[in-house]
Ligand binder design. Structure first.
Ligand SMILES: Nc1ncnc2c1ncn2[C@@H]1O[C@H](COP(=O)(O)OP(=O)(O)OP(=O)(O)O)[C@@H](O)[C@H]1O
Ligand SMILES: [Mg+2]
Length: 235
């Protein structure tokens, strides 16, 4: 096998591997929602009918205990909802990439207290992608946002979707954090460390797109994910 073919096969393997990971997340999320979540919901309804129904039990102590159990159930239901959603946001399949990114933004703002802005070019307002590319792009943006939160100490993260040169589309993730020496990232020969950005680059090249990172220590980071606009729906 030639060096080029071997490299292309490795790239395909990397994309395939992360697709499997995404599929598992999707399945786990469904199991949490329709398995555990469903059972907890039923238990809560049954308990509520004992607490408030005509079988009302005059034993005060027992009723107090049941109310406590109800409160634990409420918490478990809300935790399983949020766990299921964080594992795989169903909105991605139901409504598409932009609503899923909006959800991601709200989740970070609520839980991590980072300001996130999502700016979508008016022409790209209804943009979407078929699966599995839709999930690949969502996971890529999520990874960049996670990096910005984890490493950058950013005050604001901006996600932009815009039309770019040469019939391309661009997803941009920018932060105003500490930045880093990105030289090694743009030169795969010098690659060392984690796999997050490396896998994003491989996925984009596999899709006929490209990856670019501009960052200097102290000056924030801008990551540009480019791909041919022919991949997009509703554009
Ligand atoms: N927005 C950012 N601000 C500052 N540094 C960053 C940012 N994004 C990435 N980095 C730096 O680039 C490195 C490579 O990021 P990458 O996502 O590839 O790996 P990782 O996050 O370290 O590990 P992994 O993603 O495999 O869990 C990080 O370790 C970090 O030093
Ligand atoms: Mg990472």
């Amino acid at each position: 096998m030639s060096q080029m073919t071997y490299q292309a096969r490795l790239r395909e393997l990397a994309v395939h591997h992360s697709d499997i990971h995404d599929r598992e997340r999707r399945k786990l999320s469904k199991d949490i929602h329709s398995g555990v979540g469903h059972e907890l919901g039923l238990a809560r309804i049954k308990l509520s009918s004992i607490l408030r129904g005509k079988d009302h039990n005059p034993d005060k102590h027992l009723m107090e205990k049941l109310l406590e159990i109800e409160s634990h159930l409420k918490d478990a239901i809300s935790q399983s909802r949020s766990l299921g959603y964080t594992t795989y946001p169903q909105v991605l399949d139901d409504a598409g990439l932009v609503p899923a990114l909006r959800w991601l933004m709200e989740q970070y703002e609520d839980e991590q207290h980072v300001r996130i802005r999502l700016q979508v070019d008016p022409e790209c307002e209804h943009i979407n992608f078929a699966s599995p590319l839709r999930t690949r792009l969502f996971s890529a943006v999520r990874e960049c946002v996670f990096n910005a939160w984890k490493f950058a100490e950013a005050e604001e993260i901006r996600i932009k979707i815009l039309k770019a040169q040469h019939d391309n589309l661009e997803l941009r993730i920018e932060d105003d954090g500490v930045g880093f020496d990105a030289e090694g990232l743009n030169n795969p020969e010098q690659k060392k460390g984690g796999f997050g950005l490396f896998s994003i680059r491989e996925m984009l090249v596999y899709q006929g797109g490209d990856f670019h990172c501009e960052s200097t220590p102290g000056n924030g980071t801008r990551i540009c994910l480019t791909l041919p606009k022919s991949h997009a729906e509703n554009l």
